[in-house]
Design a protein. Structure first.
Length: 445
């Protein structure tokens, strides 16, 4: 071999090693959210723009299911306005990433600017000092196009996210793209402003209020506080439709607080974030109208809203009441139970444990009939017998009136005889046995 050939071979080997090292780095960066630095126009790096090299586990700290197309946004969407969603965390972390959905959009959604910040306090669109971060996508781009019917996840950004706190996620789209994908009945006031106010830290421009979450469907954190995620799949009872707005009084909020506090005290409980995938009016078996369907059934959305969430260890299923109440004929309990068992099989196929809830009473509600009550009782009997879920939380027993078990206890009743009061939601969260979150799905035989 000549010296020239030897140098060429050595150069080729060095190039191969460099290429392999770069590929490994890209792979690790992708898995861990990507350690990258972005510069802005004046050459300065945005504060905390690089994803961290710190250790931790990616978990869900908040989520909401896309539930429909927002009325009045069919043509222009929210073009020319900044949307500032306010969401509440269940666990904290050192980095964050978001998921944006255009599920119900009929055209691609172009987001040219997005940010995340910790709120200055409850009930405000103002950011806490020093927490505003610019969000990027696909390895550093500030603009992202979310295809019609699709969703995108942002890059990871370094930001200290406290547990049990409000977080502001703001997006700006300059071009019409409707209708807007949203989650109504958020029980949390969010905001909007004219123009690109994405990185405004004050509340001055955010004069429009909204009772819904728009586009945003998930917030994940890189956490040392949690090792996994609990997903709660449910209807309005999980969505917390009658709970006090801006108070985080859903039963899932109470569960998250209990779980975090128990772990902090040294109790032998799992360290999990809790995310709420409740949709008011949701059913196990039947979709709403439209294409894609508004209010998709539990069977329809399970892959997206449960299996698609981050690092899921347990799913809690509280569905079935609307299958009884919204059926113009008498619902077949066997069909509802078969649907619930299908969800359990899908969870088990992915190693996810399933805790199921009994169906709570609704005597006094306009949909009550003795025949529908009989269906509820048949479903609850199967659930209590252990023939549906891996573990059972008996919300029926926890909230029913001991003197008339077909109705909610009066102080747990919001007044419509179907949905709980804040005290009722608190009872649900407190009644949940934290030990039921331990362990994994049973092994398939």
């Amino acid at each position: 071999m000549t010296r020239r050939h030897g140098y060429a071979l050595l150069a080729a080997i060095v190039a191969l090693i460099v290429a392999l090292s770069a590929a490994l780095y890209v792979g690790v960066a992708s898995d861990e959210g990507g350690a990258r630095t972005e510069t802005v126009a004046d050459g300065r790096a945005p504060r905390g723009s690089a994803a961290p090299a710190s250790t931790g586990t990616w978990v869900g700290t908040w989520s909401a299911s896309p539930a429909g197309a927002e009325p009045g946004t069919e043509i222009t969407g929210l073009a020319g306005r900044s949307v500032r969603n306010v969401v509440h965390t269940s666990v904290g972390g050192t980095s964050a990433r978001i998921t944006l959905s255009n599920l119900y959009g009929q055209a691609p959604l172009t987001v040219t600017h997005a940010s995340i910040a910790v709120a200055a306090g409850p009930g405000t669109p103002a950011a806490a000092a020093g927490t505003m971060r610019r969000l990027t996508f696909a390895g550093g781009a500030t603009t992202v196009v979310v295809p019609a019917g699709g969703q995108v996840m942002s890059d990871a950004v370094r930001i200290a996210i406290p547990h049990d706190s409000d977080v502001l996620v703001t997006t700006y789209s300059p071009t019409p793209a409707g209708p807007v994908t949203y989650h109504p009945h958020a029980r949390q006031i969010s905001y909007a402003a004219q123009g690109d106010r994405t990185e405004d830290v004050t509340a001055a421009a955010f004069t429009e209020q909204s009772p819904s979450w728009r586009y945003l469907t998930a917030l994940d954190v890189l956490s040392n506080e949690a090792d996994g995620t609990v997903v709660v799949l449910g209807d309005s009872l999980t969505d917390g439709i009658t709970s006090t707005s801006n108070a985080n009084a859903r039963w899932t909020d109470v569960l998250a607080d209990r779980l975090r506090e128990a772990a902090a005290s040294g109790a032998d409980v799992p360290r999990y974030g809790v995310v709420n995938q409740g949709i008011s009016g949701n059913r196990v078996l039947t979709d709403g109208l439209g294409r894609p369907a508004d209010n998709p059934s539990g069977l329809n959305r399970f892959a997206r809203d449960v299996l698609g969430r981050t690092n899921v260890k347990v799913v809690v299923i509280d569905l079935g009441v609307n299958d009884i109440l919204r059926n113009p004929r008498l619902a077949d309990p066997r069909a509802i139970l078969d649907g619930l068992r299908t969800l359990v099989r899908q969870a088990h196929a992915h190693g996810i444990k399933v805790v199921g809830a009994t169906l709570m009473p609704f005597k006094g509600h306009r949909g009550f009939t003795p025949e529908r009550e009989a269906v509820r009782q048949q479903i609850n009997a199967e659930i209590r017998a252990g023939r549906v879920f891996d573990a059972v939380v008996d919300f029926d027993r926890a909230l029913r009136d001991p003197y008339d078990p077909r109705r909610l206890r009066s102080d747990y009743d919001s007044g419509d005889h179907l949905h709980p009061s804040d005290k009722g939601y608190a009872r649900m969260g407190e009644y949940f046995d934290l030990d039921d979150l331990k362990g994994a799905a049973p092994a398939e035989l």
